[in-house]
Design a binder for this molecule. Structure first.
Ligand code: AMP
Length: 369
């Protein structure tokens, strides 16, 4: 029988790596949620027109990188290569300009580009995407950049470089790259002054780079990209900018917008073995057979208290269980034998709990130590 294989090149989709992807998304949810960005989803495929008009006919993405197919009714559909065009399509379709502006949304999910796979570049990859639509207030540009920086910091992606530029508006944009660069250099002093002042006051370091060109047509004014020195040729962790003409281009009312996308696989590559925040993981070892039921209930109680808890479910010896706890990266193991012990997995130090009620307190002391 033919061996079935996944298409080449995607990362961390099996345990335990897939856990790290969720951790990164949870960090984004927390950071963006506290700034008023609400989750929003769009379909995995859209009318090809959404991207052809949205991303731009002349871009590499539209010319070469889209997975486009016809459905049974002969309609041309495309697996989404990016998020912003679909979000703007939904903004128009659902009359979201009638909501209080700006509409702030974020999304995490799979995206597809027909590119040659290499380190950090896949045909199916995952982006976290944040957008603020309906206001051209420059604090939104600055806020989004700072939120991205906070997510990267908490995800442990290490040192990165923020490049910032402005493209001007479509009317002022030159036809040729060289001319564009000259034009931008001449305007460097006046570029995105509000954004820059806000970033300065937040202590955020950046470089003005007039050569920064992004592969999507819809950007106007502010554009930025974050690069990591820990990544190879595909150094961009994420990027974004303003797209004040996009909603109109897709058939909606004139509506400003700003947003970014960051690649989850590249974040994990840059974070290496120690991404994100330490998981508060606990193991419950069963050191005598009749403790299994107590362990089962204790696991439920400790989960309710906010820990990630596993108990022994494969009949291992105590030694084997402690090894398993270590493998899982548990910070403490509760050992249910003739006595109840809480073992600090880092120091090996072990303390006895007088009763089950005292376990939670002892476990918390280990996390604080
Ligand atoms: P872009 O919209 O092209 O700027 O993409 C935003 C981010 O998505 C990039 O900075 C990457 O982190 C990620 N990304 C884009 N294309 C790919 C790909 N083919 N494979 C993996 N990550 C990607």
């Amino acid at each position: 029988m033919k061996k079935l294989q996944a298409p080449r090149g995607t990362l961390d989709v099996l345990p335990p790596g897939a856990r790290r992807r969720l951790d990164v998304v949870a960090i984004a949810d927390d950071v963006l949620g506290r700034a008023g960005y609400e989750p929003m989803e769009t379909p995995v495929f859209e009318d090809t027109e959404v991207f052809a008009r949205g991303v731009g006919e002349s871009t590499d993405i539209v010319q070469k990188e889209m997975f486009t197919f016809e459905d049974k009714a002969g309609r041309s559909l495309t697996l989404r290569p990016e998020a912003t065009a679909g979000i703007c399509r939904a903004y128009i379709e659902h009359g979201m300009h009638k909501l209080p502006q700006p509409v702030k949304v974020w999304y995490a999910g799979p995206f597809f580009r027909h590119e040659a796979p290499q380190a950090g570049r896949f045909r199916q990859f995952t982006q976290i995407d944040a957008e603020a639509i309906g206001s051209d207030d420059p604090t939104l540009d600055a806020e989004l950049i700072l939120l991205l920086a906070e997510i990267l910091e908490r995800a442990g992606t290490g040192p990165s470089r923020l490049r910032l530029s402005s493209l001007g508006t479509p009317e002022t944009r030159a036809d040729y790259l060289e001319e564009l660069k000259r034009f931008l250099r001449a305007r460097e002093g006046e570029l995105s002054e509000d954004v820059r002042a806000l970033l300065d006051s937040a202590g955020m370091e950046y470089e003005i780079d007039p050569t920064l060109v992004r592969g999507l047509d819809y950007y106007t004014r502010t554009v930025f990209e974050v690069e990591s020195e820990r990544l190879g040729a595909q150094a961009a962790l994420g990027g974004g900018g303003r797209y004040d003409g996009l909603v109109e281009e897709l058939g909606g009312p004139p509506t400003p917008g700003v947003g970014w996308a960051v690649g989850v696989e590249r974040m994990l590559l840059a974070a290496g073995d120690s991404p994100g925040e330490p998981a508060e993981r606990l193991f419950i070892a069963i050191a005598k057979p009749d403790a299994a039921r107590i362990g089962f209930q204790l696991a439920r109680d400790l989960r309710e208290a906010g820990f990630r808890v596993e108990t022994e479910q494969a009949g291992r010896s105590l030694k084997g269980q402690l090894k398993q706890a270590d493998r899982l990266g548990a910070f403490a193991t509760v050992i249910l034998g003739d006595s109840i012990e809480v073992k600090d997995m880092q120091t090996g130090h072990q303390r006895e709990a007088g009763s089950l009620d005292q376990v939670l307190g002892l476990v918390r002391e280990v996390t604080r130590a």
